[in-house]
Design a protein around this ligand. Structure first.
Ligand code: BGC
Length: 716
């Protein structure tokens, strides 16, 4: 990022004025979501808030019991999984802008989003908050989100840096990962984000034996020196453990979940360490410098203070924007015999399933929010079809303990206990519960036989997709497999919809003719889903992660390293996500990049049109995209690069470019795409440098990693 000399001078002048106490006040939490300002010098506190799906409810400074007023209902945005599923950079920018404006409207300076950790295993409880298993897609979608947020004079806070890929033992797990995997898989999205983001959050876990927020290699060497990052680094809440280490690392602000603010490592203990001469005061100056620089960038201080944007929340433009994103995030996974879209003129419809009727915005951990409203799928369908269609609903399955989850308002205060996270257990249902489920199932199955049009909406909720917990397996909860199987038996045309933040096993998939996937998709999720089901919108979402048949096929599990113990060794190395399934020819449920449309697209005439070898090779391809079907639609063109003849172990192919384009029925367009130079490089652990192996590279154009339509090559 550009430094402004005049501002740097003003920062130095301010630092000269500050007392030790004032500096200390600026670098640790003085409330659960704020630091201390220095009023006499016009330095305000830094006010922060979660999170990625909207601005979280208001907390008092010293309690996790929400304030509870009516002024913190907000726009509920699609989760990052949903956003990544659009493969639409413009929507990512718009989503960021909505989030930034809402945060500013709520008076915040930093919004603790987006989360961009790599989805190493489908079982990580926070995957719904993250984008992808692929570093290129994660980075390409994260950067516009950050830019969008920051147009509103609010800092994005990219999290959690770094290699934070599980919840089990999240505070203490020491991640051992090769430098190559770190550089090729886990760092690239953060590196891109660091060029733009005014702030970054350090992770809970350890990397190479040191906690990320006290980690000199990570924060000082890589982030600050190598990547030139000069923004603010905040700790995750409760991620700092040692005063001297934190002081000496590139961390600027320590936050936590407890109310003993003066006892935080970077509060009184640090002050004492400075006074005793154990820690140099210059280290504090550097932290204050980074914080002040962020404040100037946000127009919190300085000559442009009066021009700071005010933001706004709950405006209709925001709702329109989240609807557009929700629409493009729906993924049509299966559509045999073109059963979908359904006719809007249907007389009678049976909707089955708890998720048809469920609200998700109020769960998930720190991503929970108070949504102004949330359109459930059932409401979405009813409001689209209107009064001429009889829509009947049966619950079909019982999602037991939602009440318990929502009443645990203080979970965050206790979140430092027990290693900070665990793996959930498959719950054994009581006899009473089993009886209840059997009755609900029997009711649904009986009715399903009586309706021509049946829509089953199941999946997961935030008891499975949840901060602080990983799932024990990929099985659908609440005996839904039985329900789906039995309903499909009596009505094989049943439209199956999964609402979920992470993939599930689908033992019934061969019997289902249709399958629609919806992530937690924001307040207009139900509207978007209904539009897709009834053909008002043409689906254009593509999977940003592989859906394996079972988690056991995932590389982290096949090497036996998830969730690990106190240490977890990423011995699968760079073979994460499709890099593993594709390279090892493992059959999956649905591959990375997959998603259908109601129209058909044809990719042709792939050719390399520009080639400039070098340390960062520049390669441009052109190709023709044709909408050969009968409906206007959007296609996501995906370009992958591979090197079949190689002396280096490498994935069969990696994503190197993508573009989403809208094409009217019957039209064609030629497009050009610049390939990601990183797709041609590998990290050489001996020289500690990225290198390009000379030879012939294959370039593939496809509709998913497994559906390649065109191949060409290029010699470097
Ligand atoms: C989470 C962060 C969140 C913070 C503040 C932590 O538990 O890991 O993502 O921003 O709490 O709520």
């Amino acid at each position: 990022m550009q430094k402004n000399e005049k501002i740097e001078k003003q920062i130095e002048d301010l630092i000269k004025e500050l007392t030790l106490d004032e500096k200390i006040g600026m670098i640790h939490g003085a409330g659960l979501f704020r630091t201390e300002g220095v009023e006499r010098l016009g330095i305000p506190p830094v006010k922060m808030s979660d999170g990625p799906m909207g601005v979280r409810n208001e907390f008092p400074d010293d309690s996790w019991v929400p304030v509870g007023n009516s002024d913190d209902y907000v726009t509920y945005l699609p989760s990052n999984s949903a956003l990544a599923s659009t493969w639409n950079r413009k929507l990512a920018y718009e989503t960021g802008k909505v989030l930034g404006e809402e945060a500013r409207g709520r008076g915040k300076d930093v919004i603790l989003a987006p989360g961009i950790n790599i989805k190493r295993s489908p079982l990580c409880g926070r995957n719904f908050e993250y984008m992808s298993e692929d570093p290129y897609l994660s980075g390409e979608m994260a950067v516009p989100v950050i830019e969008g947020v920051q147009t509103a004079d609010v800092a994005a806070c990219v999290k959690h840096f770094a290699i934070n890929n599980q919840e089990t033992e999240r505070l203490w797990v020491d991640v051992k990962v090769s430098d190559r995997a770190a550089r090729e898989i886990y760092f690239p999205a953060f590196k891109k984000a660091a060029q733009k983001s005014y702030s970054i959050m350090g992770a809970y876990n350890l990397y190479k034996g040191k906690h990320c927020c006290e980690n000199k290699e990570l924060l000082n060497e890589i982030l600050r020196k190598e990547w030139g990052y000069d923004g603010m680094v905040v700790s995750d809440w409760g991620a700092v453990h040692k005063t001297k280490e934190a002081a000496e690392s590139g961390l600027d602000i320590e936050m936590s979940v407890t109310y003993n603010f003066d006892e935080y490592c970077m509060a009184q203990p640090l002050k004492e360490a400075v006074e005793k001469g154990e820690v140099a005061e210059e280290l504090l100056d550097e932290k204050v410098r980074n914080i002040l620089r962020m404040m100037f960038r946000l127009h919190m201080i300085g000559e442009e203070k009066d021009q700071r944007k005010a933001g706004c929340y709950n405006i209709s433009e925001h709702r329109q924007s989240v609807l557009e994103t929700a629409r493009e995030s729906v993924v049509l996974l299966k559509n045999e015999d073109k059963k979908l879209p359904l006719s809007q003129k249907t007389n009678r419809i049976l909707v089955i399933g708890d998720n048809a009727n469920r609200i998700h915005s109020n769960g998930g951990g720190s991503a929970e929010i108070k949504a102004l409203y949330e359109i459930s799928p059932l409401l979405g369908i009813k409001k689209l079809l209107g009064g001429n269609t009889q829509i009947d609903f049966v619950q079909g399955y019982f999602a037991d303990d939602m009440e318990a989850q929502n009443s645990d308002v203080n979970w965050q205060a206790d979140s430092l206990e027990n290693g900070g996270g665990s793996t959930g257990e498959a719950r054994k249902a009581s006899q009473e519960l089993e009886e209840k489920r059997r009755a609900l199932r029997a009711e649904a199955v009986e009715k399903a036989g009586q309706y021509e049009t049946v829509i089953l909406i199941g999946g997961q909720n935030h008891l499975q997709d949840l901060e602080g917990h990983d799932r024990p397996d990929m099985k659908l909860p609440y005996e839904q497999d039985k329900l789906i199987e039995e309903v499909l038996d009596v009505n094989p045309d049943t439209v199956v919809i999964m609402v979920s933040g992470s993939p599930v096993e689908m033992p019934w998939i061969d019997n289902a003719k249709t399958l629609v996937w919806q992530w937690y998709a924001g307040m207009e999720g139900g509207t978007a889903l209904a539009e897709v089901l009834f053909g008002k919108a043409n689906p254009s979402g593509r999977l940003p992660e592989t859906f394996p048949k079972t988690h056991l096929d995932c590389s982290a599990h096949s090497v036996g390293e998830f969730p690990g113990g106190k240490t977890v060794e990423y011995t699968e190395d760079i073979f994460v996500g499709y890099r593993h399934y594709d390279t090892s020819d493992i059959e999956v449920l649905f591959p990375f990049g997959h998603g259908l449309s109601y129209t058909e697209f044809d990719l042709s005439e792939l050719a390399v049109v520009l080639k400039m070898p070098g340390e960062k090779p520049q390669v441009r391809v052109s190709l023709k995209v044709s909408n050969t079907g009968k409906m206007d639609g959007k296609e996501v063109v995906q370009i992958y690069v591979g090197k079949p003849e190689s002396d280096i172990k490498r994935p069969k192919k990696v994503l190197a470019a993508f573009d989403k384009l809208e094409l009217p029925a019957g039209e064609s367009r030629r497009i050009e795409l610049d390939l990601d130079p990183d797709a041609f490089t590998y990290f050489d652990e001996e020289t500690h440098m990225f290198k390009v192996e000379p030879g012939i590279y294959q370039i593939y154009a496809g509709k998913s990693v497994a559906d390649i339509c065109q191949v060409t090559s290029c010699e470097l």
